[in-house]
Design a protein around this ligand. Structure first.
Ligand SMILES: [Cu+2]
Length: 109
């Protein structure tokens, strides 16, 4: 998708911290990577609202990203990538639904 088109996309997203009011986040066109290697999440820092967070699974088993409030769930197959929904500003504690001991915190500025 051309960058100019991506920048114009406005996608309703899940609001942080238990609020049920969806907010609209405009894509920045910037992509950051949240990788999974050996059952450990490596969380990017300095993520801004509107950045696309792409899950990259470097393992040979499937993983998942699910905020602890269960507001959404993204599966990522072995060796594949998957996009998270655009997230509003906030702090998101999450785990892998398949391996609940895999945890992390993603902060959106
Ligand atoms: Cu997992």
């Amino acid at each position: 998708m051309p960058k100019i088109l991506l920048a114009l996309l406005v996608i309703p997203v899940v609001a942080a911290c238990g609020s049920s009011t969806p907010v609209e986040v405009t894509a920045t066109g910037k992509t950051v990577e949240l990788s999974i290697t050996n059952f450990v999440f490596t969380v990017p820092e300095g993520v801004m609202q509107g950045d696309l967070v792409q899950l990259k699974n470097n393992d040979d088993v499937a993983h998942n990203f699910m905020p602890l409030d269960d507001s959404f769930s993204i599966d990522v197959a072995a060796g594949q990538t998957a996009d998270l929904p655009l997230l509003a500003t906030g702090t998101y504690e999450f785990h892998c639904h398949i391996h609940p001991n895999m945890m992390g915190t993603l902060t959106i500025n």
